[in-house]
Design a protein around this ligand. Structure first.
Ligand code: SF4
Length: 398
């Protein structure tokens, strides 16, 4: 790797402090993490984590999301995207404790998919997801009422991205819809258009728009954006009736930051560069890029790329850093010049992991994520509809 191929920016401590504060158990916003955390400066943290994990043995299974910090990934039994990790946990029924190094909606999905004898734990309850936070269940139910008043709920199928709360997944399941991931959004939308005439896509407007326009051949005019903070979503009855896709006004605060000008800039800085971005990026960024796909697609594309090739990656910075290190024969650069960590994902750090593992060794189960039975039932139905999509059940990805 060339020395100029990767420059690690400084983290943004202010954003880390601001995000996740406050107590709002009805949403993805975090609550206080109880107990005394080890100091981040403790030189024995690695040894303490190793000792606690060894003491727990097969009773604990640690899941590490691709966007996690290196210090946490080092203790993961398996890494992957959120849906793969949830399924990995379900495939380890002997593991009594599933420690999810990810964010809250991921732990909810793992709880839904794992057995009753398994406890899913989140090392820091403040590790939420800004995208999932943008669709509160009360807002979505209000929006459904607006669609009902417009007379279109009978022909509208909700599709929710995996990155949503269990309550939104349950709403989707109750209303004949399905969950999707970033790699199966196309078959999910195709399925929805076989069931009805319109799609209500939650909560990521960019994934919905990119899939509808670039993969299904719909036009931008076929899509409208429902803003939950405006009366009737900011849309007229005529607009709702004319739309084919009603996009919820949500986005990922990480992928939404990439810009088309950053694509133009990197093409100037790195001649011959291939621009590879995640479909949570804005439509104009995806249009300007060379390739678009899920985190698993990004990893596989880098694996298959020839030595000497150059890549600008538009996804979370922890993953891009590891890709750069894993491919010293290729030039791997981060698409933006500014920091683009997932601040809430980064709340899971080694002190929290040590705190959790040592509590488990002492017999105290902390930060358990449990989804209400009825919510889990309907969310599972929406997840199962995704698994029944053609070609999806074998290897769904987020
Ligand atoms: S990267 Fe975006 S979608 Fe993923 S957890 Fe962070 S805020 Fe949520």
């Amino acid at each position: 790797m060339s020395t100029e191929s990767f420059v690690e920016p400084s983290p943004t401590p202010l954003a880390l402090l601001l995000l996740g504060r406050g107590a709002d158990p009805e949403s993805e916003r975090g609550v206080e993490c109880p107990g005394d955390l080890p100091a981040a400066s403790d030189p024995d943290l690695v040894a303490r984590a190793q000792a606690a994990k060894a003491a727990l043995g097969d009773r604990v299974f640690v899941l590490g999301h691709h966007y996690q910090r290196d210090e946490v990934i080092a203790f993961a039994d398996v890494t992957g995207d959120s849906f793969k990790l949830a399924r990995d946990a379900a495939a380890r029924p002997e593991a009594e404790f599933i420690v999810f190094a990810g964010v809250h909606f991921m732990a909810e999905s793992a709880d839904i998919l794992t057995g009753p004898g398994q406890a899913v734990l989140l090392p820091d309850l403040a590790a939420g997801c800004s995208m999932a936070d943008m669709a509160a269940i009360s807002q979505v139910e209000d929006a459904w009422d607006v669609l009902a008043d417009a007379g279109i709920t009978d022909v509208t199928i909700p599709i929710t991205y995996m990155n949503s709360t269990a309550a939104i997944k349950a709403f989707t399941g109750r209303n004949r819809g399905a969950v999707c991931t970033s790699s199966n959004a196309k078959p999910a939308l195709e399925w929805a258009f076989e069931q009805g005439e319109k799609v209500f896509f939650l909560p990521d407007q960019h994934l919905g728009r990119n899939t509808a326009v670039l993969e299904l051949g719909l036009s931008l005019e076929d899509c409208v954006v429902y803003d939950p903070f405006r009366p009737q979503g900011g849309l007229s009855v005529e607009q709702l009736r004319a739309a084919k896709v009603i996009l919820w006004k949500g986005h990922c605060s990480v992928h939404g930051r990439f810009t088309a000008s950053a694509v133009a800039d990197v093409r100037e800085r790195v001649p011959g560069v291939n621009v590879l971005v995640h479909p949570e990026c804005q439509h104009e960024v995806v249009l300007a890029a060379d390739y678009v796909g899920s985190t698993e697609f990004i990893i596989k594309t880098l694996d298959a790329a020839p030595a000497g090739s150059a890549w600008a990656i538009g996804t979370e910075l922890n993953l891009v850093k590891r890709l750069a290190l894993a491919h010293p024969d290729k030039q791997v650069v981060f698409l933006e010049k500014t920091v683009c960590f997932c601040a809430t994902m980064n709340r899971i750090d080694l002190p929290h992991l040590v705190w959790m593992l040592e509590n488990l060794v002492a017999g105290t189960v902390v930060n358990r994520i449990e989804v209400d039975h009825d919510v889990a039932h309907w969310a599972r139905i929406a997840l199962d509809r995704m698994l029944a999509l053609p070609g999806v059940g074998a290897a769904p990805k987020d």
